[in-house]
Design a protein around this ligand. Sequence first.
Ligand code: SF4
Length: 343
Amino acid sequence: MSLPSRDALALDLLAWYRSVRRDLPWRRSRDPYRVWISEVMLQQTTVVAVVPYYRRFLRAFPTAKALASARLEDVLAAWSGLGYYRRARHLHQAARLVVARHRGRFPRTLDAALALPGVGRYTAGAILSIAYSLPLPVVDGNVARVLSRLLLIRKPRSAAGQRRLWNAAAALVTAAPAAPGDLNQALMELGATVCAPKHPACGACPVAHRCAARAADLEEEIPPPPRRRRPVEVRSAVAVVSRGGRFLLVRRRDPSLMQGLWELPAAGPGDSGDGLRLDLGRPVATVRHAITYRRLLISIHPARLLSEPRKGTYRWVARGDLHRVPTSSIVRKVLAAIPQPPV
Ligand code: SF4
């Protein structure tokens, strides 16, 4: 990219972003903590899904200090349903480090930011450019798509393609020294709202006249679609044991992505996989749930306890109190599928 075209592109992007940007709650403040929370939540999750979580999370943990002093269980409960729970665990650990090393303020340097759990090159660049106006680039999926089309980078996922993308993003952000955060957000916003993966709305694009893929009539071909893992169907069964309007939940102990969350007991004959002795009823419903490439098919069995569970690893929870307990969205889905608690 030549310097004049880089500067002109940056100017067009900034002007467009300032006139059309969506009014999102995290854009009302440049407080680094708020920017940090939003950037972590937005990884792998849509804006629409994030907004209510972002508001609730900040009410519960308004500062890094409040987050650092919270119990992990409460942080996971506030994250319940958002998925990718490792993000919440990292956020909690990182908040403790921010308090211990940086007096509760997100660090101002790239090295210090990258030393925090869960903060990679993208997240660090986004937070530092938006909150502290550092001219650091960001390349996420949206930005990669926009830049690979603008510059006709045919293999953006290759090592060479990645280098070109980061170099181009760095060149652009340098061309907007007064507002690097806005420039980065302009690229993200363009990818999220106009330069869509399929059928980009080039007619509404502020930089269509500078787009090499459009000029070559290749905007639908670049970037090539990612190779997706074939979906795998996974069948399982859960037991719904109720008592006085409350449901029995078991803490997940295996070192999986959902470790530490509370879930419904597995339904097995006699001794369930969770060490409970259950009298299982016939399945009353089936729910579907997708986690990355896995398509879960979960059958729901009403059940009766044949012996009391051991204290500590199980708990009884009323439907209305589920938001206080770290659970995956599967628990809510299953309970929503059974209108009356089975007896
Ligand atoms: Fe994307 Fe089309 Fe704009 Fe090129 S012209 S950046 S393909 S929306």
